[in-house]
Design a protein around this ligand. Structure first.
Ligand SMILES: Nc1ncnc2c1ncn2[C@@H]1O[C@H](COP(=O)(O)OP(=O)(O)O)[C@@H](O)[C@H]1O
Ligand SMILES: [Mg+2]
Length: 545
């Protein structure tokens, strides 16, 4: 095992569940109390231990490695293969009760800070119960490293979720007396994914390629998420954290997902153990393959095949025509928006003769408010030209940035909804909401028992549930971003003009002059706002210089 310096209950829970599964349990029950700072209990109905086994289980195999608690503290990792129980027992108050018979009798043992007591007989059904109390009670410096109760228990939930996905046993999880998960043994992988990530359209993946078996489920190509939290990979049954594997999955989606969008994907890889190394990290969460590019390519292709299968409803991906200095893309201009054709009719007979003479000087960012709007391309891009260049403005992104800068300085009022909106949060989302209730409420949300009663008083939002969920997700510990900024970015995105939405010429002029005042020419999500084609680039292209 490996408890890392900063690992607390998560590693303990992980090791104990692994032991239960190793003992061929069909049901594992995990209870944590006081957030786990007071106790972690893992019970199984596996093969159990005899009295002798039990005494051996709590003994370190090589006592010399850990002589004092100082040593434990100084090792980045402690405990070695076959010593999880002993290592945990050295830094907690542990009690194990186990039975390897069907007669209702068994044995118990207590270890307090590594000091092993006498074994004692106890009534016990077949299987094992391990109780870990007061983790790091005797190593105050380590105890200090435990994160807050809220964070630790959320991490425990997340590790339990990985076991729910990767095992075929029944898993029950109770936290401070409240039942969080209770997954039946008979639950399929698809059921398990839905329990954890919510109900959604999933596409089955299953293929042999590149010497591997790759299987699991991925989300339909048209539904993207804003983060990678729903992408989970397992290698030979073990959960691994691997940006490399996630990238491979995303590559399989190719153009189906917009930039900054991620799928839901639960992918299992079975690969001969000799070509994979899952031991590069003490927690064994990372993975390295001897032929990285083959693994990458195979996963990407398998995902791509699954998405392309006829059972999947495909939304044709329409590439927005765009102006580019290479290739003749003027064709893109042949079918401007009808609405705009009327609005800008006088400008519409666009002819390149009207483009001012090349000024000769280096192109500076000219004032967009002084450019002449020509039309809207593909419902999305405002085309205008000025002294030096043709400008293509992403209307939505520009509007988003302008709104973002404006609203982030304001306080948000709350409005009651006429009809409460039902929102099914996942367990982790519920936890995050509870932990950050005050802040999330300050954005105007009022949520209770699965329903949203009040929402921020902003216009243009049609999916309150989605905004609420993404607001919660912004508080994930793994996010380095400022949840408040992210919230305003989300709101700005929801309020901004959508593709194809009508926009008056007054609004266009306003947009252009607002853009001139901006410091940053990128939207809150980092996408660019304006693309310019300088006239001298055109001249160069047409061989006129
Ligand atoms: N839940 C359990 N059921 C049955 N036996 C167990 C259980 N947990 C631990 N053991 C026994 O205790 C031994 C030591 O466990 P551990 O310290 O986790 O090392 P490892 O799992 O690597 O052998 C195991 O090899 C197993 O024999
Ligand atoms: Mg073990």
């Amino acid at each position: 095992m490996g408890l890392c310096r900063n690992d607390g209950w998560t590693s303990v829970v992980k090791e104990l569940i692994e032991n239960a599964i190793d003992a061929r349990a069909s049901k594992v029950k995990i209870s944590i109390n006081g957030g786990g700072k007071s106790s972690i209990i893992v019970e199984d109905d596996g093969i159990g231990m005899s009295e002798e086994d039990l005494k051996l289980a709590v003994l370190p195999h090589t006592t010399s490695k850990i002589e004092t608690f100082d040593d434990i503290f100084n090792l980045t990792t402690f405990g070695f293969r076959g010593e999880a129980i002993a290592s945990i027992a050295a830094v907690s108050k542990m009690k194990i009760e186990s039975s390897d018979t069907d007669d209702g009798t068994g044995h118990g043992i207590e270890v307090i800070g590594g000091i092993v007591g006498e074994s004692f007989p106890t009534a016990k059904t077949k299987g094992t119960r391990v109780i870990v109390m007061d983790l790091f009670f005797n190593v105050p410096a380590r105890r200090k490293f435990l994160s807050s109760v809220a964070v630790e228990s959320r991490m425990v939930t997340e590790i339990i979720e990985k076991f729910i996905l990767s095992s075929n046993v029944s898993i029950e999880y109770i936290r401070d007396g409240e039942g969080i998960y209770n997954v039946a043994k008979s639950s399929t992988l698809e059921d398990r994914i839905k329990i954890i990530f919510g109900d959604q359209n999933l596409i089955k993946v299953e293929e042999q390629m590149g010497g591997m078996k790759i299987y699991g489920y991925v989300s339909a190509p048209d539904v993207g998420r804003q983060n990678r939290l729903n992408e989970v990979t397992f290698v030979n049954g073990r959960y691994v954290k691997s940006p490399f594997l996630l990238k491979a999955i995303e590559t399989g989606y190719a153009q189906h997902l917009k930039k900054g969008e991620f799928p839901t994907a639960i992918i299992f890889i079975e690969i001969p153990p000799q070509v994979v190394d899952v031991n590069v990290h003490p927690q064994k969460l990372e993975v390295k393959f001897s032929d990285q590019s083959r693994v990458f390519g195979s996963i990407a292709s398998v995902v791509k095949h699954a998405l392309a299968s006829p059972s999947v409803f495909q939304i044709p991906v329409e590439r927005a025509p765009y102006f580019e200095d290479k290739g003749s893309s003027l064709k893109a201009y042949e079918k401007p928006d009808k609405m705009i054709r009327e609005k800008f009719s006088q400008n519409f007979d666009f002819d390149f003769d009207r483009i001012p003479e090349r000024s000769g000087q280096k192109v500076e960012r000219e004032k967009l408010s002084q450019t002449h709007p020509l039309g809207i391309l593909n419902g999305r891009y405002l085309i205008s030209y000025g002294q030096n260049a043709l400008y293509i403005t992403d209307i939505h992104a520009a509007h988003e940035r302008i709104l973002f800068d404006k609203i982030k300085t304001q306080s948000i009022l709350s409005q009651k909804l006429m009809n409460p909106v039902k929102v099914d949060l996942t367990q982790v989302q519920k936890d995050i909401f509870e932990d950050h209730k005050a802040e999330i409420s300050s954005f105007g949300f009022e949520y209770k028992d699965g329903n949203l009663f009040s929402v921020p008083s902003i216009k243009g939002v049609d999916d309150w549930a989605a905004l609420f969920v993404s607001t919660i997700e912004n508080f994930r510990i793994s996010f380095a971003k400022d949840p408040k900024e992210e919230f305003f970015a989300d709101v700005a995105c929801k309020m901004a003009v959508k593709t194809g939405e009508k926009i008056s010429d007054v609004e266009i002029n306003q947009l252009l002059s607002d853009l001139d005042k901006l410091e940053v020419w990128s939207c809150p999500h980092g996408r660019p706002l304006v693309y310019s084609i300088e006239f001298d680039r055109l001249d160069r292209y047409f061989g006129r210089d």
